[in-house]
Design a binder for this molecule. Sequence first.
Ligand code: 5AD
Ligand code: SF4
Length: 444
Amino acid sequence: MPKQLFIKTFGCQMNELDTEKIAGTLSDLGYSLTDSPDKADMVILNTCSVREKAEYKCYSDLGRLRELKKENPDLIIGVGGCVAQQEGERIVEKAPYVDMVFGTDNISDIPKLLGTSRGKPRNKVSTGRRRAKYAGNVSGEVNIPIKRSNPVKAWVNIIDGCDKFCTFCVVPHTRGRERSRQPDDICREIRGLAAAGYKEVTLLGQNVDSYGKDLGGNAGLAGLLSMINYIPGIERIRFVTSHPADFSDRLIDAMTELPKVCEHLHLPLQSGSEEILERMKRNYTYKEYKDKIKRVREAIPDISITTDIITGFPGETDGDFNMTMDALMEIQYDGVFAFKYSKRPYTPARLYDRLVPSAVSKDRLDRVFELQNCITLLKNQACVGREFDILIEGNSKKDRGKLTGRTRTNKIVHITKRDGISTGDMLKVRITSATRASLTGEVG
Ligand code: 5AD
Ligand code: SF4
């Protein structure tokens, strides 16, 4: 019987890809994934520290794992991801029953860590944190085996880290400076995915528009997209996350010209107030942001656009917040990810005064959701009666009689199961109804 591994993932797609790497690495060591921590021989928390709540959740989960370990003293507990990168050995001080701690750059060290941690008493821990924190170039990590969670769409890391240092954000302190992967490595990985039957790739990075700046040359993301566009078998290419200061006309041209690049853009605005944007050190004005949205919509009229918003950044007045609400009305996003400002270690904003009371931030957050829910619903309802190309991604999570796919614009579509339709199929689907969260359609 193979050893059972349970991994809980917090945070962004980058962490989800890291989870697939952790699962791949441990699968080579004889572990197979289980969805129940109670049955597991090893439990790993792949943590996120972008907001305090996620970090707090990691420690409360660790508390529960401690109880599990009392029942099963052989249980191996690992902590990976951004909290591990940020806190290192401090995790062990707080939770001495943890067996291994590995940062985001240390996934390939897991076999070594296990080797050492097994030989030691349980309350002693190996941490790979210091050894490879800023690994220099991630191309050395290419060979980490990846156990993909979906058979048709895959995440592909193109750049790690971030040099932007937005004043609220801990990411440059956890994931380090920008390191681009070599285009050849990326294309080789994607050709391998195509050969294995994958149809869609999403290129990942904290700031994909910075891709290639550290490699010399000027191919950038646009150049990379055009290379991937020629890989047979891959039908859809996506990329996240773009940065409004770096998102360029050249990239808009590439998105327009390259048929496989999907009509979706995630462009985090954070705030509609010029003053707040400046204090966040975002390096663009709302006016510049709006101009870029206008240009991309002129070039690709059907594009769907999503964003991130923070409410209650230090110093955000009612007037500033109303500018964010005005921006939501003006831009008419397809979807918004909104968060209450959270004070993070190492960030300049942690020292800012004029803190916004939590209840006010929460109320503003609720107002963002309330407005955006209406906009998203109207946008989705406008799809009813229209036909879209849908890539079927698998069974619906909620309804066993349905399959789920996505439009090129990244909207979720459910269709009724039928003989002859399976995961990986590309179908023309007519939309029959819409909610805020998804569309329902019929195969045309
Ligand atoms: N507080 C709240 N939200 C944050 N984000 C990043 N840092 C913080 C923070 N300290 C949000 C931003 C970013 C998204 C990934 O998380 O909106 O775009
Ligand atoms: Fe954080 Fe800003 Fe970098 Fe995004 S661009 S990861 S918000 S520092």
